[in-house]
Design a protein around this ligand. Structure first.
Ligand SMILES: O=P(O)(O)OC[C@H]1O[C@H](OP(=O)(O)OP(=O)(O)O)[C@H](O)[C@@H]1O
Ligand SMILES: NC(=O)CC[C@H](N)C(=O)O
Ligand SMILES: [Mg+2]
Length: 500
């Protein structure tokens, strides 16, 4: 679940892009990169690591120009080791394009083959994003007449991308000496929004994965970019947009609301914070049906993402809410770390129990989700070591039972703790005295309650139904073989150690 940002400004944008990437850091911790545009030249710097570690003063100085884009990466294709797969990507023809992508394509293998055989384009990494860039570049080449490019050609190229590409994609691209283009897949699986700020030199635009990047950098939220829509900002700052998909339909990823997005973001008309409060309300009702409330002394969140849900659940049930686990603010999000060994070790480094909150008490621990069970297994142990009597667990998301193919790195069914297990079996597995999951219909209702226009969701990891219609058992089997277990190591130049 990467974070992407683009700024078409009136002043140098390197610092704004850096600041916005810091605000999107929770979406990707593996690599970061920025590409700016000055005159007819692009400057680019990308490397492994967190934003604050990647960019030194000398790197920032090497990024001149009033427009640019950036990305923080959480790999779902290729490997986490290859800096060649970090973003932005660049191609020199046609015109010169830099490009950032959030999401994951499901037909990138076929496209890579097609690009080589028919379009005569070579892809030099195992990143689906490089494939997507080359499809866009090829379609731009086809749509442009003569040597020049115009608005119509850009929108035509995006329409052609929608017809060829399957999967999830939110994209921002800069076309040299022309402007910035952003588009979202026809289901809007991954988020993308637009902001603006007035300056004495004219309006500046920002496009970003989450609205927190806009508000944190002083931009006003203008609107979400619609599923299938493309937005174009020319070199004078004029903005135009067009619907480029035949049958656009909002089908956003539920996991953005459960876990990925920051609570202070607004996404497709829904406040993430409000959504998580709502999840806590529905979950409270389920807890009331499934557990004996009189037995629960205290409700506790598993920091960070479950806090709003846990708080609201406790309020609705009239139970005490206490913070029993303290998070080390210098350890990142464990779920998006590459490899199970590092994820497991990091839970203990990240969370520590305050014994006095547990001694002799029956506690209800609330998390936003249980995926591999890495967190919940250790947290239940820690609660018992801290002296808890009974430890109950509640998850604001339903059981995660199916792989994700749209930008969340969970490629194998067997790695999911709820695969083949009901709630009681998962409770035994994590060592809890009882476990309550959110119902999928309640999670969906939480969001529809807040935005009635939102009624269909990308819920595949909960129900196995993949909206793009191209995922079958064979696809999932191959995905599991190629990306299952530990994250694959660097595989450039045709190494088949990649994803499907
Ligand atoms: O069952 P698992 O495989 O452990 O995955 C689920 C856990 O991972 C996430 O936390 P994370 O530490 O990534 O981030 P957070 O601080 O935002 O909660 C999520 O919030 C759950 O706590
Ligand atoms: N999570 C994402 O958005 C990943 C983007 C792209 N598929 C990559 O692996 O780099
Ligand atoms: Mg968590």
């Amino acid at each position: 679940m990467c974070g992407i940002v683009g700024v078409a400004g009136r002043n140098p944008v390197n610092q704004i892009i850096y600041d916005s990437l810091l605000l999107l850091q929770h979406r990707g911790q593996d690599a970061a990169g920025i590409a700016t545009s000055y005159d007819q030249f692009f400057s680019m710097y990308k490397a492994h690591g967190l934003v604050r570690d990647v960019f030194r003063t000398r790197n920032m100085r090497s990024l001149p120009g009033n427009s640019g884009l950036g990305q923080v990466r959480y790999p779902t294709a290729g490997s986490s080791d290859s800096v060649d797969e970090a973003q932005p990507f660049y191609v020199n023809a046609p015109f010169g394009i830099t490009f950032v992508h959030n999401g994951n394509l499901t037909n990138w293998r076929e496209l890579r083959e097609e690009l080589f055989r028919i379009d005569r384009r070579h892809i030099n990494t195992n990143s689906d994003s490089e494939v997507l860039l080359n499809v866009f570049a090829h379609e731009l080449q086809m749509a442009a007449t003569g040597t020049s490019l115009d608005e119509c050609a850009v929108f035509k190229a995006v329409s052609a991308v929608h017809r060829r590409v399957k999967g999830a994609y939110a994209v921002i691209a800069q076309v040299a000496s022309f402007g910035m283009v952003a588009f979202r897949d026809p289901y809007g699986i991954r988020p993308l929004c637009l902001g603006a700020q007035e300056t004495d030199k004219g309006v500046e635009w920002m496009i970003a994965s989450e609205s927190v990047a806009l508000s944190g950098c002083g931009f006003n939220f203008v609107r979400d970019i619609a599923p299938g829509e493309a937005v174009l900002i020319d070199l004078d700052g004029n903005l135009s947009s067009r619907q480029c998909a035949d049958n656009p339909q909002l089908v956003p990823c539920l996991f953005e609301y459960v876990y990925f997005a920051r609570p202070d973001s607004l996404m497709d008309g829904v406040s993430i914070y409000d959504a998580r409060l709502g999840m806590g309300e529905y979950l409270a009702d389920n807890v009331a049906k499934s557990l004996r409330l009189g037995e629960i002394d205290v409700v506790m969140p598993i920091p960070d993402s479950s806090r709003p849900s846990a708080m609201q659940l406790a309020a609705r049930l009239g139970l005490n809410y206490r913070e029993g686990f303290i998070k080390n603010r210098y350890v990142g999000r464990t779920f998006i770390m590459p490899g199970q060994a590092v994820r497991k070790k990091s839970v203990r480094q990240k969370l520590n129990a305050i014994d006095m909150e547990f001694k002799g008490k029956n506690v209800l621990l609330v998390d936003d989700s249980i995926v591999r069970g890495t967190t919940s297994r250790q947290i239940v142990d820690m609660a018992r070591e801290a002296g808890a009597n009974k430890v109950f667990f509640a998850s604001a998301a339903p059981p995660v039972r199916f792989p994700n193919v749209y930008g969340i790195d969970m490629p194998t069914q067997s790695e999911l703790i709820a695969h083949g297990r009901d709630a009681d079996a998962v409770a035994r597995e994590i060592g809890a005295n009882g476990l309550v999951y959110q119902a999928l219909s309640d999670l969906e209702s939480t969001l529809s309650d807040l935005n009635p226009a939102m009624h269909t969701f990308e819920s595949s990891c909960f129900n196995g139904q993949y909206i793009t219609g191209d995922i079958d058992a064979g696809y999932l089997e191959r995905l599991s073989q190629t990306r299952g277990g530990t994250a694959p190591t660097a595989g450039n130049n045709g190494n088949e150690n990649d994803d499907s």
